[in-house]
Design a protein around this ligand. Structure first.
Ligand code: ADP
Ligand code: ASP
Ligand code: MG
Length: 434
């Protein structure tokens, strides 16, 4: 039975990731969590992912069917995993005696731009949804999917259900967007890699945006950007707590907060101010080196313009000091998935660019340290370089922003580098005395 606590009368979005939705037994757990929120007097919209592994399976089918797949049909296939889980959750809620129905992306509708597999939400029609919520019906919405102006199904990129959830929360003006996953909050680094990672009570939007964009996949980057813009209050928490786990209303997870709220938490002694908030890694980039590029105005533009035109995101860039004969080497990174395309494109333009050789390497990882404390304190980068060099880890490229330092290293050294840095910045959890 759902606990019947005091009526809190909030409007809440609850999002459940793939591990939480993996199979009918887990869906029943989810249904119980949802029912408890509704029983407490809240209006509840639920956003669900496909079952864990399902989206990968569907992507493979598309590849097998046609290696040069049509992106619009690809989206028809890969969006289907969420259609299944949303229907199953609605059915399970109904079996528990709760009023519930599914709202597919095209039914709401969640309107997105046409860019298949990386669609961005433009508008979400909320009135029908709000009416249903006010009528006491639980709305179950498949994440990740939307509909283009042309009426075709679109998807929002891997991890896109987070963005669907935040979009829905903004559209219905929800009090909170709870993102339920398989860890109980945002940690100082991936807790599956560093056992001593510490759970954070709160992270600022700016830091979370940066952490997500450099590989902390606990939230999709775009969801954090949208939440920051729309002022959506996000909590990351676990769907795997035992029966007497704290209710989501007690905020047991990690809150994503504004700078002002963070200052308040620090002032109240609820949070410690750290120089570095978190460390992330990303193994999905690849390095390209072009040797002996002419060291003259316009040369670099010749390299990067065609990549930009093809929507290939270039991340770290190093132009080495010019060598003899007015030549230089240019090193940069692109997403691994775009490496073959980028390489072919550059080879086609060999004459225009005038390089000698193209060298590529996918066996790399980007390690980043993030923290707003860096704005006012020097020495974060040098601590990083010293700690890595003490363990014999070679740095192949460096990039920085106001609140982040990233380095490129050999992929085999990823876990070691993250652990070493976690200790170097004093982030390790203190073992509790027994
Ligand atoms: P879901 O399927 O619920 O969307 P994801 O797999 O997308 O879940 O995200 C949760 C995972 O994110 C965790 O299992 C964890 O391994 C990983 N992760 C990476 N960095 C962090 C971090 N700093 N804090 C918490 N989890 C992290
Ligand atoms: N099912 C999609 C994925 O695996 C979207 C999501 O889970 O957020 O990327
Ligand atoms: Mg996810």
């Amino acid at each position: 039975m759902a606990k019947s606590g005091p009526k809190s009368g909030k409007r809440i979005v609850m999002k459940f990731g793939g591990t939480s939705m993996a199979g009918t037994e887990r869906i029943r757990r989810v249904a119980n969590l949802v029912r408890a929120q509704a029983a407490a007097g809240n209006q509840v919209a639920v956003v669900v992912s496909a079952m864990a592994g399902e989206t990968d399976r569907l992507i493979n089918f598309c590849r097998e069917a046609n290696a040069l797949y049509d992106p619009a049909e690809f989206d028809v296939v890969v969006s289907s995993g969420e259609q299944v889980t949303s229907g199953l959750l609605a059915l399970t809620l109904q079996s528990l005696g709760t009023k519930a129905r599914s709202w597919l992306g095209w039914q709401l509708p969640v309107r997105t731009i046409e860019a298949h597999s990386k669609a961005r939400i433009e508008t979400i029609d909320a009135p029908g949804l709000i009416e249903a919520l006010e009528d006491g019906e639980i709305a179950v919405i498949p994440g990740f999917q939307g509909v283009s102006e042309e009426g075709r199904i679109t998807t929002m990129g891997r991890g896109g259900s987070d963005t669907s959830a935040v979009g829905i929360a903004a559209a219905i003006n929800a009090d909170r967007c709870d993102i339920y996953t398989d860890v109980d909050g945002v940690y100082t680094t991936d807790p599956r890699i560093v056992a001593k990672a510490r759970k954070l009570k709160a992270v600022t939007y700016e830091e979370m945006l940066e952490l997500a964009s450099v590989g902390a996949k606990v939230l999709q980057t775009r969801s954090v950007g949208l939440a920051m813009k729309a002022g959506v209050r996000i909590q990351v928490l676990s769907s795997f707590g035992d029966d007497d786990a704290a209710s989501a209303d007690e905020l047991p997870g990690t809150l994503i907060v504004s700078d002002m709220e963070m200052d308040q938490l620090v002032e109240n002694g609820d949070m410690e101010r750290q120089l570095v908030t978190g460390i992330a890694h990303d193994k999905n980039e690849a390095k390209i080196i072009l040797t002996r590029v002419p060291d003259k105005p316009g040369a670099v533009a010749h390299i990067f313009e065609p990549l930009a035109d093809a929507s290939i995101n270039v991340d770290m860039i190093i132009q080495n000091v010019g060598r003899d004969k007015g030549e230089t080497d240019v090193t940069f990174t692109v997403p691994q998935a775009d490496l073959a395309r980028a390489q072919a494109m550059l080879e086609d333009r060999l004459e225009d660019i005038g390089f000698n050789r193209i060298i590529t390497d996918s066996h790399i990882a980007k390690i980043s340290v993030v923290g707003v404390g860096m704005k006012s304190h020097a020495g974060v980068a040098s601590t990083m370089f010293r700690a890595l060099s003490d363990r014999g880890i070679n740095i192949q490229a460096i990039s920085t922003s106001e609140i982040k330092v990233s380095v490129l290293i050999d992929e085999d050294e990823t876990e070691l580098a993250v652990r070493v840095l976690h200790t170097a910045y004093g982030l390790d959890a203190v073992e509790e005395a027994v």
